[in-house]
Design a protein around this ligand. Structure first.
Ligand SMILES: [Zn+2]
Ligand SMILES: [Zn+2]
Ligand SMILES: [Zn+2]
Length: 220
C-alpha cells in the first residue's frame, strides 16, 4: 500500500509540477519576511557553532563554507554574475541599474562603499594598535586622540613608497598588515607629523607646548 501511495504521490507531483512551483512561489512571496528571518537565524546559528552555513559540515574557522560548498557557492555567484552582465543588469543583485556608466545599481554601490569604508576602518584600527602596542597614541608626544593618528615613514621615503605601489588600489594600513609590519613605520599625531614633513624634524616638547598654547587662545 505504501509503495502504491508513494508512486501515486510521485505521479501526482509530476503531473502538477507547475502548479506546485507556482504555489511555492506564492508562499515565498507572501511570507518573505518570515522566511528571511528564519534564514538569518539559521545562518547565525551555524556561524556561531563553527559549521558550514550551507551543509552544516565542519569548516575552517575563518570561513563561512566548507571547501566543497565554497566551490559550489563561487561557481553559482560567477554564473549569476555572467547572466546579469549579459542582460545589462546590476551584476551583483540582478536588478536594473540607474547609472549607465556603473556596473552596479545604486543600492549595491552604496553597500559596497559602506563595506569598503568599514573594512578600511578595521584595517586602520588593527595597524594603529600594532604599531603603538595597543596604546593608540602619538609616538612622539603621546597624544591619545584616535582621529588625529597618522602613519609615518620614519625615513621620509613615503613618496617613493607610494610611487612603487602606484598603479593599483592602495590602502596603506592594509599594506602594512599584508606585509607583516616591516620596519620603518611609526604612528604620529597630525601635528607632530606635520612638523616633521614640513620642518624636517619632529617637534620638541617646548615647540608643541607653544603651538598648543596658541591654539587654546583661539578656542577660548
Ligand atoms: Zn558545506
Ligand atoms: Zn544591485
Ligand atoms: Zn604628537
Amino acid at each position: 500500500m505504501s509503495s502504491n501511495s508513494q508512486e501515486y504521490n510521485q505521479r501526482w507531483r509530476e503531473a502538477n509540477k507547475e502548479a506546485i512551483r507556482d504555489s511555492n512561489q506564492k508562499y515565498r512571496l507572501a511570507h518573505a519576511e518570515k522566511i528571511s528571518k528564519q534564514i538569518k537565524i539559521r545562518y547565525q546559528r551555524l556561524r556561531d557553532s563553527g559549521l558550514c552555513v550551507r551543509c552544516t559540515n565542519p569548516r575552517e574557522k575563518h570561513k563561512q563554507y566548507c571547501d566543497s560548498c565554497l566551490k559550489k557557492h563561487n561557481a553559482e555567484v560567477k554564473k549569476c554574475r555572467e547572466k546579469h552582465i549579459k542582460s545589462g543588469l546590476c551584476r551583483a543583485c540582478g536588478l536594473p541599474r540607474e547609472q549607465e556608466n556603473k556596473v552596479h545599481c545604486n543600492k549595491c554601490l552604496m553597500k559596497y562603499r559602506d563595506d569598503t569604508r568599514k573594512n578600511q576602518e578595521r584595517f586602520r584600527h588593527t595597524a594603529l594598535s600594532f604599531l603603538t602596542d595597543g596604546k593608540m597614541c602619538c609616538s612622539n608626544c603621546g597624544l591619545p586622540i584616535y582621529q588625529t593618528l597618522e602613519f609615518d615613514h620614519i625615513n621620509n621615503d613615503g613618496a617613493e613608497h607610494r610611487r612603487r605601489e602606484a598603479g593599483r588600489w592602495f590602502s596603506f594600513p592594509k599594506w602594512l598588515i599584508d606585509n607583516n609590519f616591516p620596519n620603518g613605520f611609526q604612528v604620529l599625531c597630525a601635528n607632530c607629523h606635520s612638523f616633521k614633513t614640513k620642518g624636517g624634524k619632529l617637534p620638541t616638547k617646548n615647540e608643541l607646548i607653544a603651538a598648543y598654547e596658541t591654539a587654546i587662545k583661539f578656542l577660548e
